[in-house]
Ligand binder design. Structure first.
Ligand code: GLU
Length: 307
């Protein structure tokens, strides 16, 4: 059994990131599993090596040890997505060989304009507009614009059991639409990279925020196409501010820099354990203590308001 934490080093981690890390660590360790750290720095403009180093420092400060990944050696590396282009290229070629990819020239505005009636769960479903372009149209459009690469999805159902939210039903065409596997700027897209990495790194359990639940059918579809077995997914409720918006960097005082000034690791673990439903009130806890309290059945399914 192997769990993982896959943060994007685009800033200092905040309470929401750490809470995801703790729950993923608890789930893996409570099953006697390994825990892997993968740095999702595909977006070269927003990600910085110093933030990646800070993530490791923050995890160690909390006492969350990982077995492989990040700057540590391991036999499934490199563990930085920015160093894995050749691996993603190989997987992309598998999809290309099956004739499932096409160039998409749509701008963000085109996509929003064409997609409004197809929205489901706040996810923008691509209309498939560029799928029908002829070879001549593609050549003509390539002269002025670099295309993204999209994967065709069939009109097929995808049903899976989430470890925390239970049975999920999606239809790939209706709920996901053709999705991007390589962006117009040349960067490989999240869906392709995350599936490739979780598969090749031997991850058997993915614990992450429920904002990624709607991405799961796309990822399950990719696992099948690329010939990999699907891990177990368990999504967790989001930490939200009193205004209902997801806790993020804009919420002052919730980044690890401020938290480390105000709390000891045991106090912060106690707060996270309490938010995750593991304790009645906030108390100081060590990683070993929190592990003995962990059970998925105690974790709520509704988003958690942090005041
Ligand atoms: N890198 C993503 C994030 O930081 C997480 C991806 C995942 O867990 O699948 O939001």
């Amino acid at each position: 059994m192997k769990g993982r934490f896959a943060p994007s080093p685009s800033g200092r981690m905040h309470l929401g990131n750490i809470y995801s890390a703790v729950l993923s660590w608890l789930s893996a360790r409570s099953q006697g599993g390994k825990w892997l750290l993968r740095i999702e720095d595909l977006d070269r403009q927003r990600c910085r090596p110093e933030y990646a180093a800070q993530i490791e420092d923050d995890l160690l400060w909390l006492g969350l040890e990982w077995d492989e990944g990040g700057s540590r050696s391991g036999c499934n590396g490199p563990y930085y997505q920015s160093q894995r282009d050749a691996v993603y290229e190989r997987e992309l070629q598998k999809l290309e060989a099956r004739g499932l990819l096409y160039p998409c020239f749509c701008t963000r505005a085109d996509i929003m304009a064409a997609s409004a009636p197809h929205q489901s769960d706040g996810v923008v479903v691509y209309s498939g507009r560029c799928r029908a372009l002829t070879a001549a149209e593609r050549t003509a459009m390539s002269a002025t614009r670099k295309p993204a690469t999209r994967l065709c999805v069939p009109n097929a159902d995808c049903t899976f059991t989430d470890g925390h939210y239970g049975l999920q039903h999606y239809n790939l065409a209706r709920d996901c639409g053709d999705f991007i596997v390589r962006r117009a700027d040349g960067n490989f897209a999240y869906q392709l990279a995350v599936v490739t990495d979780d598969a090749l790194m031997g991850v058997t359990e993915v614990v992450r925020g429920c904002d990624l639940l709607p991405s799961t059918p796309q990822q399950i579809y990719l696992y099948g196409l690329l010939g990999y077995s699907v891990p177990q997914f368990a999504h967790i409720p989001l930490l939200v501010a009193p205004d209902g918006r997801r806790l993020a960097k804009r919420n002052a005082g919730t980044d690890m820099g401020s938290l480390r000034q105000r709390y000891t690791p045991q106090q912060l673990l106690g707060l996270i354990a309490h938010l995750a439903g593991l304790t009645e009130c906030c108390e100081e806890l060590s990683v070993t203590e929190i592990l003995s309290l962990f059970a998925w059945s105690k974790v709520p399914t509704d988003n958690i308001v942090v005041d």
